[in-house]
Design a protein around this ligand. Sequence first.
Ligand code: N7H
Length: 491
Amino acid sequence: MASDILLRPTSATSLFSPANSTIDLEAIQGDVLLGLQKKWQLFVFFKIVDVPRFKHVLRCDIGRRITSSAEVQMRTLLLEEIKAAGNRDVLPLVGVNIAFTEAGITKLMPGADLGDPSFKAGQLSQAKALGDPVDAAGKPTTWSAPFLAGAIEGVFLLAAGTEVDVRATWALLDGLLGTTIEVVESQIGLVRPGAAAGHEHFGFQDGISQPCVKGLTSPLPGQQVVSPGVFVCGYPGEGKPAPARPAWVKDGAFMVFRLLEQKVPEFNDFLNTAAPTLGGGGIDPVLLGARMVGRWKSGAPVETTPLQDDTTVAADPTRNNDFDYSDDTGERRCPYAAHIRKTNPRSDIPEQALTSHRIIRAGIPFGPELDAAEILAKTTQQSRGLAFVCYQASIPNGFEFLQISWANNPDFVSPIAGPKHHPDGTVVHTGLDPIIGQAGTGARVMDEPVPNYPIGGIRSSLNLPNPFIVPRGGAYFFAPSIPSLMTELSE
Ligand code: N7H
């Protein structure tokens, strides 16, 4: 069904018409700002083995097949029209994007310096700093072999409405590329089936909150307006002074890929066993899950509806993101540690301290649904999770800042933005983001799982056992502009 194709929260009505956009949508790849329409997505990670012939194919065959942001925008408008007319057919829309690691860029353009130290170092070198489990030599212990080998030089992102279409698109590209590349690894992602569509594997609605990109869309209520330079190189907002980068980097963006396995039966079992032990008489496991994420499974924010889910709020794009934390300094409604409060603290910190750390998320779930044996055993037996993707103009300011300085930092938000206090005057020690926080060997604790709403003074903290998310690998990429793919990078 057309309506099943995952669309970004950017609804057609909030999109500026192509003529009124101040951003070069023809040049920027389609997944970066608006997100390729995807029910299925194939990531093909590769190594370039014949540079001259690869450049030839890139210039003559692949470049013109790359889906631009302008095409994604037109498709969004088209899909919205078709949906309004009641047509529910699957549309044969296929999206193709490409990105390169530092090693890949260096092969295509020796000596190029994109001015991003984390991109240059690569995600494997940054794994320890990100808090991924590592051995004494700093080598990640949970990553799979293809990511550990550090041989990835590029990735194709293929998105479509059906598995057949993504695989057929790869067959076509594979034929064009021939022996110019070697495939190192591939990963299929898929939107979950039926009523779970749009929900990640723990069961929470995803893809609700994205920044509003200035010049591209008009903001929905609660959506922060952010300069395009935070996400795409060569635009206002890239930093002061703007990083020294070659001219061809304009309209490109850094892409972070993380293969994050989710321990779903273990997460559910934890909610069921921990919730009854909290707050004296215990709390509802569903409420505990919502306080760990900051949203109910439907997507309704706990800040708006602290004690029970509200599917009407969740379904309304004018209400499901229309909140900040200004009247919740005592974390009565939403814990400071909740995943969405950690990764977008909204009014908890000054706006200028927040804007440069926004990212655009474009991930997709991977792996099968839970089966009966896993539910009974309360143990993961098949790998599933989130193929996490995000875009930004600076990896240290974007993804790494969120993961290291916020999610993994038990003192964020207090005292970085000034100490915060519980209603009884005690200082808040936030603890980790219970979803993605990684503490190395440190204690894993989250403050205030029990809501003191609307009143109450119970102090509570939640001991988190092993993480529910295990990083299985990842890489840092640069998604160049379409013109630079067809000229500078393929000359
Ligand atoms: Fe998160 N989850 O299911 O709990 N995320 N996330 N994320 N995330 C969000 O608001 C999840 C991850 C952000 O603006 C929602 O759209 C899971 C990483 C940001 O209010 C849910 C994984 C990073 C936001 C999840 C995962 C982020 C956000 C609510 C891994 C960055 C927007 C839906 C498997 C380092 C916050 C929504 C805002 C929202 C979940 C990963 C960041 C349900 C399961 C690695 C910025």
